[in-house]
Every structure is written in structure tokens, then in C-alpha cells.
Design a protein around this ligand. Structure first.
Ligand SMILES: [Zn+2]
Length: 148
């Protein structure tokens, strides 16, 4: 089955990151800058949230088993046809209170984890700063074009 047809009227992407509501809109806007839905299609974003998700996926938090989030990602990919995952960490994170530098390290490891699942065509790591600006911490692999 052609994955591209699975979404139908919707073009899905997947946000894997903190439950913190402050990062939702900035990341949604970031995704809108990457993906252009086809005529008549609406871009929608599945959310896989947890407090301090970057630390969880880096293996440095015991909040919940990583497997649980892999299963959620599977639904996003296999049932919705999402091909793009945005993995995020952010400043002033209650679930993962640490320096920006440490977040950067967690985001790198988290992207490795999600790429290791082999589900998404493209995985990008981002950091959301105190002004809620989104910075690319881990770009898409050069060989993989961002799904459009
Ligand atoms: Zn957070």
C-alpha cells in the first residue's frame, strides 16, 4: 500500500517531545514551514508527549519505558502514513531540568533512538529556546529529502 495515500484528506507529521504546551505552537509552525500539503489536504500533527521526552529517548530518564513511545510512533506511521518526525527538547523543561547544552546532547541521542526505530523517512531534532524560537539541533540526513 502506498503510504502517501494513507492519510487521505490529511497529511500527517509526528511531534515527539515534551508535554509542555509552550512548545506545541512553535513546533507546529516549524513543521508547516517544512511540509506542503497537497491540494485539498490538511496538514495535521500527531503528538507523542512526555515530560522531558528528550531525556527519556536519550535513556536518561525513568519516567516511562521507551517502548511505549515506539508503539505510539508505529501508529502514527502505519495508520496515518506520517513520514516526518520532529524530536524536541526545550529550555525551562520541568521534566528535564538541565542546561541548553545538555538538552542538545539529549536531543542528539533521542534522534538516534527514533531513527533506530526505522519507522520515519525523516527525523529532525530541534531545540525550543526561551523566546520559543525553534532551532535545528539535528538536521535531516543529507541523503533523505524532507517529505513534501
Ligand atoms: Zn519540558
Amino acid at each position: 500500500m502506498n503510504k502517501q495515500s494513507m492519510g487521505g484528506d490529511f497529511l500527517f507529521a509526528t511531534r515527539i517531545g515534551c508535554m509542555d504546551g509552550r512548545v506545541s505552537r512553535p513546533i507546529e509552525e516549524f513543521v508547516r514551514g517544512l511540509l506542503t500539503p497537497a491540494e485539498g489536504q490538511e496538514l495535521v500533527i500527531d503528538v507523542i508527549p512526555a515530560p522531558g521526552m528528550d531525556a527519556i529517548l536519550a535513556g536518561e530518564s525513568n519516567f516511562a519505558p521507551i517502548e511505549q513511545y515506539r508503539k505510539m510512533a508505529e501508529i502514527s506511521v502505519e495508520h496515518h502514513g506520517s513520514r516526518l518526525a520532529i524530536v524536541s527538547g526545550h529550555n525551562r523543561c520541568a521534566g528535564n531540568p538541565c542546561t541548553d547544552e545538555r538538552h542538545n546532547g539529549h536531543i542528539h541521542k533521542a534522534v538516534e533512538t527514533v531513527r533506530g526505530w526505522g519507522l520515519f523517512e525523516t527525523v529532525i531534532g530541534v531545540f525550543v529556546d526561551p523566546e520559543r524560537d525553534v532551532h535545528i539541533a539535528v538536521p535531516a540526513e543529507e541523503s533523505v529529502a524532507v517529505a513534501a
